[in-house]
Design a protein around this ligand. Structure first.
Ligand SMILES: Cc1cc2nc3c(=O)[nH]c(=O)nc-3n(C[C@H](O)[C@H](O)[C@H](O)COP(=O)(O)OP(=O)(O)OC[C@H]3O[C@@H](n4cnc5c(N)ncnc54)[C@H](O)[C@@H]3O)c2cc1C
Length: 231
């Protein structure tokens, strides 16, 4: 597969332990909002998680740069993320072609976005892109986080909702989880919605099982699994 060497530009802190890492490409990279990239970052003394990772592109195509938005664990970070944090402007990372179908193909449809924490990254790209095009969408965002005071990109999401009234957010904090009743309540506000689920792998797998019980079929659901995080 064709690989790009893209260059580190800088990092931008977000809420809590979330950080965006900005890369620029010497040659233009095309992607559809919601897609991800497989990266290779060679480094000495790599831990057992190794030198490769997948990250959603959290920037929108009009921004030009490729953004990785991730959690940096203050007590323990993988050697990959330590290397990411140590990068200097101009340092390269190897990137494969953008891929994935966690994308919005039809703005005439309604959507329920079920998100756990850092799983918000594909929606950042999707919503920034729509906003730039002057388009909204009819969607209910169900957004689960551990703490109310460090919800990633809360202000940006709410600003999008103010500009595009068909977009609504419901927060779920701590033990207040997104359960079947919450899924149904969101679905009932909409017309035959498609459910997009993104977040830590165990969370997304749990929703996949829940959807089977609820009769939400493959034509009405898409899943984006982030391994390496607890539910
Ligand atoms: C298609 C796809 C898209 C993705 N998009 C994103 C994205 O946009 N953003 C994103 O953040 N991730 C994304 N991921 C997941 C990403 O690839 C990483 O798996 C994830 O960020 C975890 O990173 P890490 O393995 O470097 O661990 P770190 O984030 O460094 O975390 C280390 C983890 O290790 C555990 N731990 C804590 N203490 C210890 C200890 N003492 N010893 C051992 N382990 C400990 C904890 O669970 C901690 O969270 C995506 C994955 C896929 C497949």
């Amino acid at each position: 597969m064709f690989k790009y060497a893209i260059d580190f530009k800088g990092s931008i802190p977000a809420e809590g332990d979330v950080m965006s890492f900005v890369f620029t490409s010497p040659e233009p990279i095309a992607w559809t909002p919601g897609q991800f990239i497989h990266y290779t970052l060679p480094h000495k003394d790599a831990d057992q998680r190794g030198e490769e990772r997948w990250f959603t592109i959290s920037s929108a195509p009009f921004e030009g740069d490729i953004w990785i938005t991730t959690r940096i664990n203050s007590e323990y970070s993988s050697s990959f993320k330590q290397k990411l944090m140590a990068m200097q402007a101009g340092d390269p990372i190897e990137a494969d072609m953008p891929e994935g179908d966690f994308t919005i193909d039809d703005l005439d449809r309604d959507y329920v976005f079920v998100v756990g924490g850092i799983g918000i990254t594909p929606f950042l790209s999707i919503l920034k892109h729509l906003d730039h095009e002057g388009k909204g969408l009819r969607a209910e965002l169900l957004y689960a986080n551990r703490n109310a005071d460090s919800i990633p990109f809360k202000d940006d999401l709410e600003a999008f909702g103010r500009r595009h009234p068909g977009f609504n957010i419901t927060y779920f904090i701590g033990d207040n989880i997104i359960d079947e009743a919450a899924l149904k309540a969101a679905g009932e506000k909409l017309n035959d919605p498609i459910y997009f689920v993104s977040g830590p792998e165990p969370m997304v797998e749990a929703f996949e099982a829940k959807f089977k019980e609820m009769g939400i079929d493959e034509a009405h659901s898409k899943f984006d699994y982030f391994p390496g995080y607890d539910a």
